[in-house]
Every structure is written in C-alpha cells, then in structure tokens.
Design a binder for this molecule. Sequence first.
Ligand code: GRF
Length: 218
Amino acid sequence: MNSISIVVFISGSGSNLQALIDAAIASQFPSSSIALVVSNKKSAYGLQRASNANIPTLVFPLKPFRDAGRSRIEYDLELSDTVAKTLGSQLDVGNKVYPDIVVLAGWMHILSAEFLNSFPKSTHFINLHPALPGAFDGAHAIERAFEAYKQGLIKNTGVMVHKVIPEVDRGEVIIKEEVPIYDTDTLETLEERIHKLEHVLIVKATKILLEDKLNGRS
Ligand code: GRF
C-alpha cells in the first residue's frame, strides 16, 4: 500500500504537531508520513518544529486575500489547491495529490464547506478541541470552561478529537477524555493539564484514523 499522507494544519506553537512528529519518529504511524505542515501564520513556531524534522511546510496567510478584497471562500479554495499541488510536486507528479488525513492542530480558521468539499471523500479531516462534545464549541474553550467551573456550573471539562464537518466543532467524536478541574486550579494549571492530554489524544486519534484506512474501513 502506498504511504498514507498526513497533512497537519497549525497556527501557533505546534506542541500538538510536535506530539505527532514524535509519534511518527517512534514508528507509531504505520505506512504513513507527515507529508506537509500548513500554517496561516509565518510566525508560527510549529513551522520551525516541522523544519527541524525535515517536514516540508507551506505558509498560506489570509491577509493578502483580505487586503485584495477577496473572500474567505476564495482563500479556502486556493488553500486546498495549493496543498494538493504542493503534495503533487513533492511526489514529482504533475497533477494535484490530496492527503489521506488532515489534522487540524490548533488551526485558527473555521474551514468552509467549500473547502472540505474540494477534497476527495477519501480525505479525512480531524480537529483537536480542548472541551467535551457540545460543551464549549468555538474559541477560548479552556477559559470558558474555567469560568463555568468557578460559577459552579461544571465539575470538569475535557479534550476531544472529532471529524470535521461544516458545522463548527460538531463532527463525529473519534476520542474524548474528561479533565478534572480543582479548586486550587488557576487557568494556567488547567491549561497545562489539558495540553498534556491533547498531546496524547491527538496521537491516539490519528492512529485510529490510520488503522481504519489501512484496514479499508474508511
Ligand atoms: C491547542 O490547545 C488546541 O486545542 C487549540 O490551540 C492549541 C494549539 O496548541 N485549538 P499548539 O499550537 O498545538 O501548541
């Protein structure tokens, strides 16, 4: 079987990307490779992490589109096209090659339906979200959970990795785990506990996707 290609989308420090890189180096991703790291921010430290691991990178900022009055959909479609052309040129084939798995690891943009639909059905998108399903969809999930805890509304929060569908943070859950919150917690101690679990779950979820692909289940 050809190598399964994984593309990782980031916007920030890339600690989750690093967990994936470390797992790949430790041969936890059978018959696959992280073929490309995409960032919308050229300042994202995750790009350095990719380069350190000899993984090709693509920086694709939104600002030039905004400055030119071009829409998010145009950005999304050109992003999709550029990813496929980059993979195609890596494999030295003239045409576009689409990845098997796209992992959104701290990618800050909501991806449009047009973007998702521009990939073949065989491409699976997964997103890491630092909350339990349906609890704190969208941005600042950790802070919002911490506030809710302080108001006595919740006892714990969690982390999930889910398939990406056009409705934000609402795709089928692949893996999730609760994270306790303690009275002694600060936002920082809670964030640290959550990030540690993210690094575990993002690898586990990617392995689940890979094994499904290798076993022809997806
Ligand atoms: C993670 O907490 C992720 O859940 C959130 O953004 C953060 C990315 O962190 N969406 P990193 O860039 O992987 O370190």
